[in-house]
Design a protein around this ligand. Sequence first.
Ligand code: PAF
Length: 279
Amino acid sequence: MKIIHTCHSLIEEINKLREQSPQTGFVPTMGALHNGHLQLIKTAREENDIVVCSIFVNPVQFNSALDLEHYPRNPENDIALVKNYCDILFMPSVAEMYPRPPQEEYHFGLLEATMEGQYRPGHFNGVAIVVKRLFDLVQPDIAYFGRKDFQQLAIIKQLVHDYNMKITIRSIDTVREDDGLAMSSRNRLLSPQARSVASFIWQTLCKAQLLKKEKNPREISHWIQEQFNGHKSFSLEYAQLVNAETLEEVNEYNQAENIVACVAVWLDKVRLIDNIMIK
Ligand code: PAF
């Protein structure tokens, strides 16, 4: 595996590899890698000739300076974890990705107006800025993203569509800890006490899924809200049942073919998100 820090060398190296074996898979990350990331990378390895992974804590997608400062970083561990699966690991500096402050503005309509977009203004513009730049550099055939970030996935599919990029977006199931907690780089910020109750998120979503026989989507989202509001360790940001394609909130089952329940909660000053398919 080659570790590359500049855009120039990245393009050069990919072009060299592509001469022999064209199909390229790409896994963009912000590092602090866990088994969820590894699952994306292993799938990319199985499906492509060349595998490129990037690690870049993208400052423009953070809407709080404190959150950016505390975001976990563990480059040595990351390198050890991916070295057997990737051909290229791209680890640019902020100055390399953004020689001057980025000016691009992306708009995704309702896809960005709700949930994460509502509580983290500017977040998806920052995600789109970096993903578009990385896609332009790597020019992958397939790019891999986890379903935990359900709204991000929808935004990235829209980005690819809007700019006519010839990239297939592959979404991979959320990988969970034994107790059901969705793997996330942010989990390592949880205190032992918070970690011991964190599985409540997934347990609540699983119970919500079972309620579909007796409650409509609006009632289920209220039920989820009540569960978190009744638990002293959690502060709920949102719990919504949305159309899995448009992300519009749904009240009745006939309003969407596929319905997903999405939640964002604060636990011990750590913000966690998760989701489950309801229909
Ligand atoms: O999901 C992430 O880790 C990030 O949002 C991404 C897609 C790598 C962009 O910085």
